[in-house]
Design a protein around this ligand. Structure first.
Ligand code: 2M8
Length: 424
């Protein structure tokens, strides 16, 4: 990535995708994350749409090739070629579970934005054959989330690990994660390329891994873990994305003539939306819930920005979200903050506890645009582009100064830059 500073932004972003290209999928970052991650690949597909649409379809097809028998698409599919590279936890922590395509995988999932990426791609570069295969697979995953992961019939999936939310060490998980007895994790290889203060703490890693061990000991029975496991939350951010994913899947299914999937997906999107709105507070805000204590986790963090993606969002909620992300607690000149600026727990450089992330900023912009707030969407995209213009395709950004944090050539930052350049 030499000479990066002098390249036009779009050229640099494309270089980052190519640099992280693993062949049939894209590493989030070649050094820091040398495997396939679920929602990272969906963002990568959005980026590849603008460079090589066939490659974008390939990205999603490689993702669903790791889909398990129960239809869950795992959060990591390990790349055996990366064995020499440092990433922990390794497959044995999950019990060496493997996918039909032979790759080891984790045994948890991640935000289901692949259908959102597929719609983005399909509307720009339609391929009915690829879409047909992907629609069927993604529909299966959505069903898994709404059935196997909802043993209580609440209408929302239960998440069993903070890593499933994608916002690993977000403040809202402190209480439910705090109940887990940490185990020794050993060497923090995630701190070789990124400074320790920018990563989760040792204590959090001890708890993340303890949860993986508990799941393994329970035989990874997904419904049982969702009913009685040690960590159980409703993440409104994840649930909103699932509603949006069902809504987007319905649109593609309809256009390729898969009418049963279209109907079922639209009903699922509407039901999930109704479930979320039923538990909204007077301001229209929906909060994550700690299902073990029954308490709402009322933290103003990135999940609020994701609320913008609620399909056909009531205007009053869209307005409230826009105010929070554009000039309120989550506003930054560089995008959307992962935690409210005024929160006493805010840590400006630590991971999901303060910095700005391009993927959240971009999804929020998409939601605002769908809600008719085009100027709000454009403003968010221009903030995202400002961050990348100033310091490059960093993993995340310090919200006040825009300083670059985390890894240096990050796929979803590059992908959302490519998308934003065509949208603003
Ligand atoms: C981060 O999570 C992984 C564990 O899944 C890690 O820290 O090793 C999160 O930011 C997550 O959202 C992301 O998908 C992943 C890869 O970029 O990194």
């Amino acid at each position: 990535m030499t000479g990066a500073k002098t390249m036009p932004l779009g050229v640099l972003a494309a270089e980052v995708l190519r640099y992280n290209d693993a062949g049939s999928y894209t590493f989030p970052d070649r050094d820091q994350y040398p495997h396939q991650w679920n929602w990272d690949s969906a963002f990568a597909a959005i980026g590849w749409t603008h460079i090589d649409p066939e490659r974008a379809y390939g990205e999603l097809l490689t993702l669903v090739a790791a889909q398990r028998g129960d239809a869950m698409v795992p959060h990591i599919a390990y790349d055996s070629r990366s064995a020499a590279k440092a990433y922990r936890p390794e497959p044995d922590v999950w019990g060496n579970v493997s996918a039909p395509d032979g790759r080891f995988t984790s045994a948890i999932t991640q935000p289901p934005i692949a259908a959102i990426a597929l719609r983005y791609l399909y509307e720009r570069r339609p391929s009915v054959d690829h879409a047909r295969e992907l629609v069927t697979r993604l529909h299966g995953w959505h069903r898994f989330l709404l059935a196997a992961r909802d043993p209580g019939g609440t209408g929302e999936p239960v998440l069993i690990h903070p890593w499933e939310t994608g916002r690993d060490d977000a403040l809202e998980w402190d209480a439910p994660l705090g109940r887990i007895e940490p185990v020794a994790f050993g060497s923090r290889v995630d701190q070789i390329h990124v400074d320790a203060p920018e990563r989760p703490t040792d204590d959090e890693y001890g708890r993340f891994v303890a949860l993986a061990q508990a799941g393994r000991a329970a035989g990874w029975k997904q419904t049982e873990l969702a009913a009685n496991g040690p960590f159980r939350v409703h993440d409104s951010g994840f649930s909103v994305l699932l509603a949006a994913a069902c809504h987007d899947l319905a649109a593609i299914a309809k256009s390729i003539g898969s009418l049963d999937i279209a109907r079922e997906s639209e009903v699922a999107a509407n039901d999930l939306k109704a479930t979320l709105l039923r538990r909204a507070d007077d301001d229209g805000m929906v909060w994550p819930v700690d299902l073990r204590s029954g308490e709402e986790l009322r933290v103003i963090s990135a999940h609020i920005a994701l609320l913008a993606m609620l399909p056909d969002i009531p205007p009053v909620i869209a307005k409230r979200v826009a105010a929070i992300v554009l000039e309120g607690e989550l506003a930054s000149d560089f995008g959307v903050r992962s935690l409210g600026a005024g929160d006493p727990a805010c840590e400006p450089v630590r991971y999901w506890r303060g910095p700005v992330w391009a993927n959240i900023t971009w999804l929020c912009a998409l939601g605002l645009e769908r809600a008719g707030n085009v100027s709000g969407a454009q403003e968010l995209r221009s903030r995202l582009l400002r961050a990348a213009t100033d310091v490059g395709m960093r993993e995340y950004f310090e919200a006040s100064s825009g300083a670059g944090l985390g890894s240096h050539a990050f796929t979803w930052t590059a992908a959302t830059v490519l998308a934003s350049l065509t949208e603003s």
